[in-house]
Write a new protein. Structure first.
Length: 200
């Protein structure tokens, strides 16, 4: 009787472990394919984004390019903890570490990097009178083969809400391997909090 109970418990635990593992694998596969699936949906005409946010980003970039007043927004130089909200097309929220260099360069590593569907991001930024504009790119990979299928380009308009906090609006483009650009495939807001030096 004890052996039967032990066997039943062992089978139950194994089944539960398999179920949890399968769920985790399915979630990983889904997150891995998030950008790849988005691009396929765009090509099929199934995507609708917030055109107002894309318009705002374009206007801020235009102002940054033509304006001589670079404003007095607090410096964005440094590293930031960022929360990227769920996007216009429903991509789930995630976190990122972003660093703005003194010479106008930018790098990002997101919490999605380990999924293998996208690479780290590199970009450039510029101050303008209402904040900063930022452009960065990252590679997108086919989840089935691991091959690069192109690059995502993010254009962001950033407002400093304090020396240690900012909010941003983004418009996202896709760059095909042959250089063809599909504009405004997605967009959405995100916010950042400055990483400060902490003593032991």
């Amino acid at each position: 009787m004890k052996n039967k109970i032990f066997t039943l418990i062992a089978i139950t635990v194994a089944t539960l472990a398999f179920s949890i593992s399968a769920t985790a694998q399915n979630k990983k596969a889904s997150m891995n394919a998030r950008l790849f699936d988005l691009v396929q949906s765009v090509k099929q005409g199934k995507i609708r984004i917030n055109t107002e946010m894309a318009r705002q980003v374009r206007e801020d970039f235009s102002e940054a390019e033509t304006g001589s007043d670079h404003g007095n927004a607090p410096s964005i130089i440094g590293s930031w903890n960022c929360l990227i909200a769920s996007s216009d097309t429903g991509l789930p929220a995630f976190e990122a570490l972003q660093t703005f260099g003194a010479e106008g360069t930018f790098i990002e590593t997101s919490s999605l990097l380990g999924m293998g569907g996208e690479g780290p991001a590199h970009g450039v930024y510029q101050r303008f009178k209402r904040g900063y504009v930022l452009t960065f790119e990252l590679f997108v990979f086919d989840p089935a083969t691991g091959e690069s299928v192109g690059r995502v380009r993010v254009r962001a308009s950033i407002r400093m809400t304090s020396p240690n906090d900012f909010t941003a609006a983004t418009a996202v483009d896709f760059i095909e391997p042959d250089g063809t650009i599909i504009l405004d495939i997605d967009g959405g807001p995100f916010r950042g909090t400055r990483l400060n030096l902490r003593g032991v």
